[in-house]
Design a protein around this ligand. Structure first.
Ligand code: NAP
Length: 284
């Protein structure tokens, strides 16, 4: 079997066009969606992510505000800037680029963002809403996975989904979103015994581990759908996922590549959440 490659770049472009149309409609009602991104320090990768987010906002006709703070900024200063943004009517989404310097408590910062502007979907209130199936901002990467599958016409109900990885931003919420759509979900992590016994049962296998080429063909059932969340550099410095693409794509029925798979969806869903927040602000 040769897997169908799920083209995340193409699906992301389609979704972005839809978002841009909605932005136009909102603007005609006098509301321009606005995203504030806070960047603390000068981490090279963080700066690249933030620049991409700003660029995408502009492409879609949204406002974006970049707030840069020095590495040594105090936690209080950061919290009071977030509080200002919580009350700024022009700002519908607030994102604090992680990781933060060690002297700042990440949990405290996430919890200081108004749940109504938490477009990353990391606030415990929004996580609780997600778990109970309420209207909320879904975390962007897991949400992007669900949209990829939906756009590809893959049904989820009744499927056995195995998620390898249990981080708060990817693995855990991804499993929850599959459960919300009536999948049977197994979580695996670094203490899982006999990993392959579990992964080989997956109808849909999600790899969110952060180890290059970790999932090989012998982890995968013939015909499985394989979603690769990993963004890693291999020994040659080349971008690669958590899945050994060449061998797994010969066994899977569908597979997401790296790059151009899950990655482009994350930023797209961030834009979607910002639009949603702006639209909901009208009735608030
Ligand atoms: P993370 O916080 O480091 O979590 C990694 C998870 O993998 C942990 O739950 C860990 O288990 C598990 N793990 C580690 N070694 C394992 C092993 N040998 N067997 C089974 N499980 C193992 O990483 P993350 O933030 O979730 O990110 C995962 C990957 O996705 C990274 O490559 C990251 O760059 C990428 N990512 C991509 C996007 C995107 O937009 N495409 C967004 C976010 C992240 P324990 O919990 O037991 O430690």
């Amino acid at each position: 079997m040769t897997a169908v490659i799920i083209n995340g770049k193409e699906i992301a472009e389609k979704k972005k066009q839809e978002i841009a149309e909605e932005v136009k409609r909102l603007k005609s009602q006098g509301v321009t969606p606005g995203l504030a991104v806070i960047l603390v320090g000068n981490n090279h990768a963080s700066r690249t992510y933030v620049t991409n987010k700003q660029k995408t906002c502009q492409e879609l006709g949204m406002n974006s505000v970049l707030i840069e703070m020095p590495e040594e900024v105090s936690e209080d200063e950061l919290l009071s800037r977030i509080e200002e943004l919580n009350h700024d009517p022009q700002i519908h989404g607030i994102l604090v680029q992680l990781p933060l310097p060690a002297h700042i408590n990440e949990t405290k910062v996430i919890e200081s963002i108004s749940p109504n502007k938490d477009v990353d979907g990391f606030h415990p209130i929004n996580i609780g809403r997600m778990m109970t199936g309420q209207n909320t901002f879904l975390p962007c990467t897991p949400y992007g996975i669900m949209v990829l599958l939906e756009e590809t016409g893959i049904s989820i109900e009744g499927k056995h989904v195995v998620v390898v990885g249990r981080s708060n931003i990817v693995g855990k919420p991804a499993g929850q979103l599959f459960l919300n759509q009536h999948a049977t979900v197994t979580y695996c992590h670094s203490r899982t015994k006999d990993l392959k016994v579990h992964t080989k049962q997956a109808d849909i296998l999600v790899a969110a581990v952060g180890i290059p080429n970790f999932i090989t063909a012998d982890h995968v059932k013939e015909g499985a759908i394989v979603i690769d969340v990993g963004i890693n550099r291999n020994e040659a410095g080349k971008l690669c996922g958590d899945v050994a693409f060449d061998e797994v794509s010969k066994k899977a029925s569908y597979i997401t590549p790296v790059p151009k798979g899950v990655g482009p969806m994350t930023i797209t869903m961030l834009m979607y959440n910002t639009l949603k927040s702006a639209a909901e602000s009208i009735n608030r």
